[in-house]
Design a protein around this ligand. Structure first.
Ligand code: SAM
Length: 284
């Protein structure tokens, strides 16, 4: 039984990190005219109304995108991401927030494609409604782990896979490693971006997951983490990470350029920290 609904969390610090990195990767794919595809394994509802009851419940966006919105012009290193949010909120007030599907949909070009997978019945309905009749977009009501492997290798052959499970089930931490292995076997040239939470000490599984990924032979693997608060002993989420397999050239520097000031801006008390590091780097 799936209970996770992303509307409760849309626009929080974890979304800011994930979506800023996602945008930078899509922008680097756009440097060549050749078409590309974005495959999103855990798509959610597509886009979110921040004034809706669910988003308002804990107003997590207030300490995420909410802290950047009024000063968005100064965040040039995150311009593609913030540009999409600006397009969606033309009156100037922050009202709508793009999920990963709407962000991709607004950033890709005429010749590009977007494949979205979502398992939850209600979320997939929202997703279909929110993606409209865009001929570039395909929505698949299916498990994103097996669905991804089944869709590979994709047409066109260049592109990005975004893997963003809710980690409600601890099996998700193993499923992502297994899926990355199977997927890379079928499509070795794809870029893979995996989001993961960093939780309090009792609950955190991200260090074990990173060790398991490091043991595999995935080639270049970059890790970018943002912890908005120091790690506590409880179960709360104090930060998150993006792990990128085969990142585009210079992505590490592009992330570093926004993550350092972002860490200072989104800090919640002392103990905030960030890192951009190679988990694995293949000699050129
Ligand atoms: N990627 C979205 C974004 O950035 O806007 C947020 C996705 S949310 C973290 C995770 C989503 O995965 C939820 O909508 C949930 O219903 C869905 N989900 C859970 N298990 C799944 C599975 N095995 N396959 C596909 N979707 C799944």
């Amino acid at each position: 039984m799936l209970s996770y609904r992303h509307a409760f969390h849309a626009g929080n610090h974890a979304d800011v990190l994930k979506h800023a990195v996602q945008s930078l990767i899509i922008e680097s794919l756009k440097k060549k005219e050749k078409p590309f595809i974005v495959l999103d394994t855990h798509a959610g509802g597509g886009l979110y109304d921040l004034r809706g009851d669910w988003s308002q419940k804990k107003a997590e966006y207030a300490d995420g995108i909410g802290r950047l919105w009024n000063e968005r012009a100064q965040w040039v290193a995150m311009a593609p991401y913030l540009g999409v949010i600006e397009e969606m909120n033309q009156g100037g007030d922050l009202h709508y927030y793009p999920g990963s599907p709407e962000l991709s949909r607004r950033l890709i070009r005429e010749q590009d494609k977007l494949a979205l997978m979502e398992l939850h019945n209600n979320e997939v309905e929202d997703l279909r409604a929110n993606m409209g009749y865009d001929p570039r977009v395909a929505v698949h009501h299916r498990d994103g782990f097996e669905g991804l492997v089944a869709l590979l290798p994709p047409t066109p052959r260049r592109g990005l896979v975004l893997i963003d499970p809710p980690y409600e089930l601890k099996e998700d931490y193993f499923a992502v490693v297994d899926t990355l292995k199977k997927a890379q076997k079928r499509w070795a040239t794809g870029i893979y971006a995996l989001w993961y939470p960093i939780l309090g000490q009792e609950a955190d599984k991200s260090r074990d997951m990173l060790k398991a990924i490091k043991r595999e032979n995935f080639g270049n693997v970059l890790v970018a983490e943002l912890e908005v608060a120091g790690q506590t002993s409880d179960w709360g989420m104090n930060g998150s990470g993006m792990l990128i397999v085969s990142p585009p050239w210079m992505l590490d520097e592009q992330i570093e350029a926004f993550l350092k000031p972002l860490c200072a801006r989104l800090a919640q008390g002392t103990g905030a920290q960030y890192r951009v590091e190679w988990l694995n780097q293949v000699e050129a």
